[in-house]
Every structure is written in C-alpha cells, then in structure tokens.
Design a binder for this molecule. Structure first.
Ligand SMILES: NC(=O)c1ccc[n+]([C@@H]2O[C@H](COP(=O)([O-])OP(=O)(O)OC[C@H]3O[C@@H](n4cnc5c(N)ncnc54)[C@H](OP(=O)(O)O)[C@@H]3O)[C@@H](O)[C@H]2O)c1
Length: 259
C-alpha cells in the first residue's frame, strides 16, 4: 500500500484581513493546507473556512502570547501532519513621534511585530526540522519543495519614516533576524526571506492623511499606492518550489518608489 501524500502546509499569522487574508486565499487556491490566527475573526475568513473546511485551520489568539502561539503551531502540525512554510505577517502600527510615544504602544509593536514573529518562526522551524516521517532533517541542501519562512517587513525598515520610528525598528529587527536565520537554516534545507512592501491600501494604513497619500503616489513611478494583491504573488513565490535557491533576500515591493 502506498503512503498518502500530505499536502503542503503553510502557517500564516494575521490571516483575518488585509495582506494576510489575501495570502490565505491564494495558498488555498494553490492547494495548500493553511493554518492562520488573529485576535478576532472576520466574515471573509469565515467564508473561506466554510468553503475549505478540510484545508483551513483558524484560531483566535494573540501573537504576543508565546504559549498560545506554541500551542497553535503544534495543533496545526498535528492536524495537517507537517509544516512546510511559515509566513510571519501579523503586525500593529502606532503612529506618533518618539518624544510622545507611550510605553504600551512601544510594547505592543515590539511584542507583536518582532517578538511575536520570532516566536512564531521558532515554533514553525522546530516542526520543519522534524520530517513528516518523524526523523530529524539532516544536512539537506535546499531543493524544490523545501520548507521556507517569509517575514513581512516594510520599506520603512530601510528608508525610515517620521512618526513610524518604533514600527520601523521592529521591521528592521525582523530583516536582521531573517538574514541570520537564512545563514543558520540554509544547511538544514530551510530558506528564509522577507518581503518589504511600500504603503498598501489596508486597515493598517487607513489613518494615512490625504496629503501623505498624495506625496507617496507622487514619488512612486508606478503612480499609485499598493494593494495586497501586489504582494501576494511575491510571498507565494518565496514560499514555493520556484524559489528553491533563494534565501536571505529582502524583496522590496513598492511600485519603484525606492528608486
Ligand atoms: N498596510 C501597509 O501600508 C503596509 C506596508 C508595509 C508593510 N506592511 C506589513 O504587512 C503586514 C500585513 O499588514 P496589513 O496592512 O494587512 O495589516 P492589517 O490589515 O491591519 O491586518 C493585520 C492582521 O494582523 C492581525 N493582528 C494584528 N495584531 C495581532 C495580534 N496581536 N495577534 C494576532 N494577530 C494580530 C490582525 O487581526 P486582529 O487585529 O484581529 O488581531 C490582521 O489579521 C504587516 O506585517 C505590516 O506591517 C503593511
């Protein structure tokens, strides 16, 4: 009797809306099993869960709660039998100049964007290092179908932005984490990359003033703000077999405004 082939499993934080929701949808379309969490649900995610009851695992937990994240990853791995790709996407942004930013706002950004992403990646990598047959993965070179991590950064990590210094610091920290993890995990066959989007039309950027919006559009050669669909393809590519020899990279997706 031949063993059942388990579908690729992807874990992504913050799948209830915005970019995360769009990635969940795309990964389900390509046939993955997907596990995602956020603090609250959303009608769009519930409707995806109703359409894909066998392949979509949804929980409501806080990315800043390490024990909850650890338990979530282990339940997802037990349900689907493996973890192939981890996408650290959940983030919060509190705008404000450093002179007035509050401790709780700093803690929230560090706790979700940086610490929460690191804990999620650690838990997923622990699962990836154990092959589905239960053996520990050895010195395997990266190959088609190899496991991967994608962290979602932002162009402000490298460019800076007034009013977003702490948020930018969390994203710059994530990029350093991704580069180091790529070196650490390459010999174990696990790739680690980051995407760095420019401003996207989502809830996270809803507080952007009309003036800032117009300024961003003016300095963007492609002449508009991004939307989640502009970034989804890059994440799908990095978390897939066509990127089998790509690791340690930060892929900027900003309509050319970094120019
Ligand atoms: N929008 C932009 O302009 C922009 C630009 C560059 C990079 N990015 C990055 O792209 C990623 C996605 O952003 P987005 O624009 O899609 O944001 P969004 O629309 O605000 O969605 C954020 C997602 O993360 C979840 N989340 C937030 N805090 C959480 C927590 N403590 N625990 C669990 N889940 C949490 C949210 O659900 P709950 O609130 O229900 O928990 C939601 O599902 C982020 O990493 C962001 O930094 C965004």
């Amino acid at each position: 009797m031949t063993a059942a082939i388990m579908p690729t499993t992807s874990i992504i934080s913050g799948g209830s809306r915005g970019l995360g929701l769009a990635v969940v949808e795309r990964l389900l379309e390509r046939g993955d099993c997907v596990a995602t969490f956020s603090r609250s649900g959303s009608p769009a995610l519930s409707s995806l869960a109703a359409r894909h009851p066998e392949r979509l695992h949804v929980e409501q937990i806080d990315a800043a709660d390490s024990d909850a994240v650890r338990a979530f990853v282990s339940r997802a791995a037990a349900r689907f039998g493996r973890v192939d790709h981890c996408i650290a996407n959940a983030a919060v942004a509190h705008e404000g100049v450093v002179a007035t930013i509050r401790d709780d706002e700093i803690d929230a950004m560090l706790g979700v964007n940086l610490r929460g992403s690191i804990v999620l990646v650690r838990e997923c990598v622990r699962q990836m290092l154990v092959r589905p047959d239960g053996a520990e993965s050895g010195q395997e070179p990266a190959r088609a179908g190899s496991p991967s991590v994608v962290v979602v950064s932002s162009v402000v990590a490298s460019r800076g932005s007034p009013g977003l210094a702490v948020y930018a610091a969390t994203k710059a920290g994530l990029e350093g984490f991704a580069r180091s993890m790529a070196r650490e995990l390459g010999p174990r066959g696990i790739r680690v990359n980051a995407v760095a989007p420019g401003f996207l039309e989502t809830d996270l950027s809803a507080s952007l003033s009309e003036g800032s919006r117009a300024r961003i559009v003016r300095r963007t050669p492609l002449g508009r703000l991004g939307v989640p669909a502009d970034v989804v393809g890059a994440i799908e590519f990095l978390a897939g077999p066509r990127a089998a020899f790509i690791t340690g990279q930060i892929l900027t997706i900003d309509g050319g405004s970094a120019g």
